[in-house]
Design a protein around this ligand. Structure first.
Ligand code: HEC
Length: 288
């Protein structure tokens, strides 16, 4: 049985299917764009846009320049492939090396490998000019410094927008929101050294009445703010705003007498508030 296939009709590009392909491309691109808009990656958007533009142009080119005949395009692709793929057969020269009956051949280096090598040379030149001669792109160190400066600026803005507090009239906060905020920050930043329940690990137990640097809101606030760098606790004033330190200190003090399991034995001196407020002296006494 013979089947006659008209090759030229196979290579004819049907305009309806071309329109269908373009439509699906456009919708695929739209989909990618909305997805990456949610994910926030501009690279994906640019890449999807370029790819779509290329494919749409290609379809137009085939339809209107080549008149739907893809044979010239296929020819161009075939000759491009021939140019970079090794010539088949008969090219390897025997060199006079025979070991154990195995003849070593001097194979021709495949063109794609040479092009790759040439490509790396071109890349190196472009890279050198871009980064070191014209300095049009920042080197990693400069890029890092820029990012640090930007982060520093945003931190300053945050600190400034949260204002300052009067440290002389500092009071322990007792409202649920402040204690909750304080607990969250303590759990995220302090438990590696003080333990999840402030029972003490490397750092001292913060739930007893013994303090190395003094108890009470003002001392605890100052210790957190300035840290004890020589003992391994950093100064937190660059991390938290004054208000946040007040919340953390208030949370720490709310744990007084909580008697957690595995508590570290007391360190420092028994602390009693020097001048308890007469009005809520009972409260202060139980808390400190
Ligand atoms: C890298 C470990 C480490 C981290 C993290 C750490 N601390 Fe400390 N902290 C210590 C050490 C060690 C001491 C004891 C300093 C000393 O012996 O003078 C201490 C002391 C303290 C004190 C004083 C205790 C006293 O007896 O006077 C307070 C309050 C305190 N830390 C709170 C915090 C808070 C709040 C955080 C989180 C924002 C925190 N620490 C994070 C290691 C740490």
């Amino acid at each position: 049985m013979t089947v006659n296939i008209d090759r030229s009709s196979l290579l004819r590009f049907d305009r309806i299917s071309a329109a269908a392909i373009m439509l699906s491309l456009a919708s695929g691109n739209l989909n990618a764009q909305t997805q990456s808009a949610e994910g926030g990656s501009s690279t994906v958007i640019i890449f999807a846009g370029l790819l779509t533009a290329f494919l749409v142009l290609l379809v137009f080119f085939i339809l209107f320049v080549l008149g739907g005949d893809v044979e010239p395009l296929a020819r161009a692709l075939r000759s491009a492939y021939r140019a970079i793929s090794p010539k088949s057969g008969g090219e390897a020269m025997p060199i006079d090396e025979v070991h154990d009956g195995i003849t070593e051949l001097d194979n021709r280096v495949p063109p794609w490998f040479n092009y790759l090598f040439g490509g790396t040379v071109v890349f190196a030149v472009v890279y050198l000019l871009n980064y070191h001669v014209w300095q049009s792109s920042p080197l990693p160190l400069a890029e890092y410094a820029e990012e640090v400066a930007a982060a520093d600026l945003s931190r300053r803005v945050r600190m400034a927008s949260e204002g300052t507090i009067n440290e002389d009239q500092l009071a322990a906060l007792v409202d649920d929101v402040s204690i909750k905020e304080g607990r969250e920050k303590f759990q995220r930043n302090c438990i590696t050294c003080h333990g999840t329940r402030a029972e003490g690990i490397v750092g001292p137990n913060l739930t007893d009445q013994f303090w190395i640097h003094g108890g009470g809101i003002r001392n605890v606030y100052a210790t957190i703010k300035n840290g004890v760098p020589e003992k391994g606790m950093i100064s937190w004033k660059l991390v938290f705003t004054p208000k946040e330190i007040q919340q953390i200190a208030s949370y720490v003090l709310s744990l007084q007498g909580s008697n957690p399991p595995n508590a570290k034995k007391p360190e420092g001196n028994l602390y009693t508030d020097p001048k308890p407020q007469p009005k809520d002296s009972t409260k202060a006494a139980t808390r400190l």
